[in-house]
Design a protein around this ligand. Structure first.
Ligand SMILES: [Zn+2]
Length: 285
């Protein structure tokens, strides 16, 4: 079997070291630069599902064990930094972002895990403090410098994303850098020393000049572009009128549920936050 239809809705158990008893066939999340190697059959995305990637002619610079999915081993395979390399017949390398709405959430999460582990491996081959070649720490997703002892782990960059409402309207903004002219909820990276609630207040104040209250946790979503974790909140308007920060935003306004502009597609957390507002507003009527 060359590939298998991706239906990974199952129990995933992450691990760093492969078990002694390997599964006969394994899932290979192979990345050429930041592109996932897939086989596209009609509308179906298939992943390499073989005992060893060499069977397909995939030449790897490194591999990282990810864990077990329904009893099958899962591996991240680093094919190197060249996104345009020659791949086995029938396979293509696709931008992960473009596969986002085409594969199920579990597969996307695993692919996101794989690319982040690969990037971390590529970027921490040498100690950032003294330049010595690092060593993998057994049993841990960590690299340690044998000379100075500096230990590095895969880095995540947390960001907040917020549904702000004022009565029966939601705050949506158009980012100056968005390629498409769609509106979304506000988001921003957490700064060192900041609480998540502090980031929510600061980002909204900086970008649109308003104050918010009643900040509540909504949910989260891994966002591997390149290594974010989106942490969703809801909040209510408390004071001030919208003043758009022209550096970050092209426009921002309050929108009613029945008069929304163009918004992000599902299943992003941005869309879930907007859908939550629409559902709540509609149910109130
Ligand atoms: Zn060092």
């Amino acid at each position: 079997m060359k590939g298998a239809i991706v239906d990974v809705r199952g129990v995933f158990a992450g691990a760093v070291e492969p078990p002694e008893a390997r599964s006969a066939l394994a899932w290979w999340f192979a990345f050429a630069a930041d592109r996932l190697v897939v086989c596209e059959v009609d509308e179906t995305i298939e992943l390499p599902f073989v005992a060893a990637p060499e069977e397909l002619g995939l030449v790897a610079e490194g591999r990282h064990y990810l864990g077990l999915l329904d009893g099958r081993d899962c591996w991240a395979l680093d094919l190197g930094a060249d996104p345009a390399q020659v791949l086995p017949e029938g396979y293509t390398a696709r931008q992960l972002r473009g596969l986002y709405s085409r594969v199920d959430d579990d597969l996307f999460a695993l692919a996101g895990r794989a690319v982040q582990v690969i990037e971390w491996g590529r970027n921490h081959r040498f100690c950032g403090r003294c330049g010595t070649a690092t060593e993998s720490m057994p049993g841990e997703r960590a690299k340690r410098c044998p000379a100075c002892g500096l230990t590095t782990y895969p880095r995540l960059s947390p960001a907040v994303i917020v549904q702000v409402t004022r009565d029966d309207r939601i705050l949506l903004a158009r980012n100056a850098n968005f390629p498409a002219a769609f509106y979304s909820v506000l988001a921003g990276f957490v700064e060192p020393g900041e609480s998540l609630e502090g980031t929510v207040r600061r980002e909204i104040r900086e970008e649109v000049g308003i104050e918010v209250t009643d900040i509540r946790y909504f949910g989260s979503q891994p966002w591997p572009f390149p290594n974010s974790l989106m942490i969703g909140f809801t909040a209510r308007w408390a004071a001030n009128e919208i003043t758009v920060d022209q550096l970050e935003l092209a426009a921002a306004d309050w929108f009613a549920a029945d008069a929304l502009p163009s918004i992000p597609p599902p299943p992003s957390i941005a869309r879930r936050l907007i859908d939550d507002f629409v559902g709540r507003t509609t149910n109130d009527e």
